[in-house]
Design a binder for this molecule. Structure first.
Ligand SMILES: NC(=O)CC[C@H](N)C(=O)O
Length: 229
């Protein structure tokens, strides 16, 4: 699997994404600067976490209009797999590849901890190596992770199997007390219509190494390698 990781001024998880991809695929991904206008020939683009453009204006809003995002958008519309993690989720959503918006966390505080997620749909290159309903633990670190979409959009996402991950309790139950940011319906990650684009707030790339104390993110990267090689 050939992959590219996009770097914006203020990105800070690009190296984590590179390490996770290299560990899973054995191939070093390309790092692509935000000012570039073309993507290398790849099977997957990762838009990583961080604070692109200092989160000015709105998290992800400026990065969504960078030259490289025009190329990412054009190729995503033709089926290129795109994984947007945390700030990357904000960026691909601002770019219009996913519906809804990421608002300030409901408690108005930065949240940095491990969360429990239920894998809601395994019919994608991203989630194919999980079991449906499996509970996984990924870390979160954000202040704008409160996913919002209008009721009709949420209904459509649910009906079309486009909710990828949902915040749940440690026993796997729907429980708003375990929702770290107030996201509507506990939504932690969503797919586009063809499930070729995934955006999620938690960080699978920081749960792939025994030193992370948690390997729950590994099936996501292994699954991508299996599906895209
Ligand atoms: N870790 C991240 O990617 C942070 C995302 C974003 N800057 C926020 O705090 O909401």
């Amino acid at each position: 699997m050939k992959a590219a990781v996009i770097v914006f001024p203020g990105s800070n998880r690009e190296r984590d994404a590179v390490a996770a991809l290299e560990r899973a695929s054995g191939t070093k991904p390309h790092l692509v600067w935000h000012r570039d206008t073309e993507l290398p020939d790849v099977d997957l683009v990762v838009v990583p976490g961080g604070f692109s453009y200092g989160d000015y204006l709105r998290s992800g809003a400026m990065a969504a209009h960078s030259p490289i995002m025009r190329a990412v958008k054009a190729k995503a519309e033709r089926g290129l797999r795109v994984l947007g993690i945390c700030n990357g989720f904000q960026i691909v959503t601002e770019a219009g590849l996913l519906p809804g918006a990421l608002m300030r966390n409901a408690a108005l505080k930065f949240v940095c901890r491990t969360v429990h997620l239920r894998v809601e749909n395994t019919d994608s290159a991203f989630t194919g190596k999980y079991r449906k309903g499996q509970i996984v633990r990924y870390p979160v670190a954000h202040h704008d992770g409160n996913y919002w979409a209008d009721a009709e959009t949420v209904k459509r996402l649910e009906g079309e199997g486009r909710v990828a991950f949902r915040y749940v309790s440690d026993s796997g139950a729907d429980d708003p007390l375990w929702n770290p940011n107030g996201s509507v319906a506990g939504i932690a990650g969503i797919f586009n219509e063809t499930r070729t684009v995934l955006g999620l707030m938690p960080h699978p790339e920081d749960a792939v190494d025994p030193l992370h104390g948690n390997l729950d993110g590994k099936p996501l990267f292994d699954g991508l390698v299996e599906a895209l090689s």
